[in-house]
Design a protein. Sequence first.
Lengths: 116, 114
Amino acid sequence: GAGVSQTPSNKVTEKGKYVELRCDPISGHTALYWYRQSLGQGPEFLIYFQGTGAADDSGLPNDRFFAVRPEGSVSTLKIQRTERGDSAVYLCASSPRGGLGYNEQFFGPGTRLTVL
Amino acid sequence: AQTVTQSQPEMSVQEAETVTLSCTYDTSESDYYLFWYKQPPSRQMILVIRQEAYKQQNATENRFSVNFQKAAKSFSLKISDSQLGDAAMYFCALRHGAGNMLTFGGGTRLMVKP
């Protein structure tokens, strides 16, 4: 079956612009995660959705970052007034469910965001 | 707070030989999972192996095995009979929280020499 897909694969924007990054999880997966991977570093957690609601957004760096998942499937990560420091690979992952117990996270190929 | 540390930025191994990647972690939780992920240039994270903290037996998946030392908070990955396709970034990760979020280490770049 289809895995997690992310669009666009690459996004180049100018400082101060608004961008949207899309994640299509595996069908039926209720949990969805966003991570940010800066160059030469490991991914860092941003936000976790269980269904339509953001169950944990403690990793969002500031209020310029926002994410939605209105129908409990596709999610969009939105970044306002982009800064050069936002340049990174944004990874999305989904799992059959969140919560306690083991649930493997399946990752997408990421979106490489470059802010000039 | 959870932390994961990988002290080896790069490692090199000869094809068919064995290599061990190191990882240490810290967590206040008593029930947790540890993982090793492989990230090739395609950027997609691939799960290599996982270990439940309550299990004393070290996990094994074909050529990949771990040495889990809970008291020392150490979780190393051993790759036997290394193959050219094993060359990639390897990340150690700790699952924590009610939401199953992952905290990753900084990664180790593994090079395999033919």
